[in-house]
Design a protein around this ligand. Structure first.
Ligand SMILES: [Fe+2]
Ligand SMILES: [Fe+2]
Length: 241
C-alpha cells in the first residue's frame, strides 16, 4: 500500500509504461508487504535500475525481431532481474563498513540464484526465470553462476547482460559519476568479449533510435535524484552495489 515512506517507490513504478507490467509489479508487491519495505529501502538502485533495464531489454528484443510476447517477458525480466539482491540486503546493510569484503562478493553473487527462486516460486515462466538466473553469465564463459558460454546462455540472459551493464554505466554510483552514453558504449566495446555481439549491436541500434529519448530522460531524472538521496543512502549504508 502507498504510504509517505514508500511514495517514491510507487512513483518509480508509475514510470513503467506498459500497463500490464505495472499492474503485475503492484500486485506482487501488495501480496508481499515485506518486499515493499525492502524495495523502499533499496529503491534508488534496484527499482530505478530495474525500470531502465526493463525498457532497454524490451527495445533490444524488438530490435532483434523477437515476438511481442517475448519482448513483454523481457520487460518483466528486466524489471525484476536483481530482485534477489533484496533478500540479501539485510545482511549487507547491517554490516560494519569496511568489513566482510569477501563475503559481500559471495553474497552479492548469490542474487541471481535467489532471484530465480523467488520468481519460480511465484510461477513466472521459464523464459523470465532462466533470464534472471543467468543475467551475469559472460559470453566467454567467465560469468556466474554456471560459467555458461556463448549460445548456451539463454537468449534472454544475453539480452539482460548487455542492457544491465549499459544501464549501470550511465547511472551515478556512490563511488563514481555517470558515464555519458558515448563513453558507456566505448566501455562496452572494450569488454565486448562478455556480450553476445548480436545483442550488443541491437543495444547500439536501440540507443541510437528515437525511442531511447525516454530512457535518457528517465536516467537523467534518476541521476538528479541521486544527489538528493545520497545522504539518505549513506545514512542507511546503502552504498554497496
Ligand atoms: Fe544482477
Ligand atoms: Fe542489474
Amino acid at each position: 500500500m502507498k504510504t509517505p515512506q514508500n511514495e517514491v517507490l510507487y512513483e518509480s513504478i508509475d514510470a513503467i509504461e506498459e500497463e500490464e507490467v505495472k499492474s503485475e509489479v503492484i500486485r506482487y508487491m501488495e501480496e508481499n508487504p515485506g518486499l515493499v519495505d525492502l524495495l523502499t529501502r533499496d529503491l534508488s538502485d534496484s527499482v530505478a535500475h530495474g525500470i531502465v533495464v526493463s525498457k532497454l531489454a524490451t527495445m533490444v528484443a524488438k530490435n532483434l525481431n523477437a515476438s511481442p510476447e517475448y519482448a513483454y517477458r523481457m520487460s518483466i525480466a528486466g524489471f525484476l532481474h536483481d530482485i534477489g539482491k533484496l533478500m540479501i540486503s539485510d545482511f549487507l546493510y547491517g554490516r560494519e563498513s569496511g568489513t566482510l569484503r569477501i563475503e559481500e562478493v559471495k553474497y552479492i553473487r548469490m542474487h541471481s540464484k535467489l532471484g530465480f527462486e523467488i520468481l519460480k516460486k511465484n510461477n513466472y515462466d521459464d523464459i523470465i526465470t532462466e533470464s534472471v538466473l543467468h543475467h551475469h553469465e559472460n559470453y566467454d564463459g567467465s560469468g556466474y553462476p554456471d560459467n555458461l558460454k556463448g549460445l548456451n546462455i539463454p537468449f534472454g540472459a544475453r539480452i539482460l547482460r548487455v542492457c544491465d551493464v549499459f544501464s549501470a554505466l550511465i547511472s551515478d554510483r556512490p563511488y563514481r559519476g555517470a558515464y555519458s552514453c558515448e563513453e558507456a558504449m566505448q566501455l562496452l566495446i572494450s569488454e565486448v568479449k562478455n556480450f553476445d555481439m548480436r545483442c550488443f549491436l541491437a543495444l547500439q541500434r536501440a540507443v541510437n533510435s528515437p525511442d531511447f529519448a525516454y530512457v535518457k530522460d528517465l536516467v537523467n531524472e534518476q541521476n538528479k535524484n541521486f544527489l538528493r538521496t545520497k545522504r539518505l543512502r549513506s545514512e542507511l549504508n546503502l552504498d554497496l552495489w
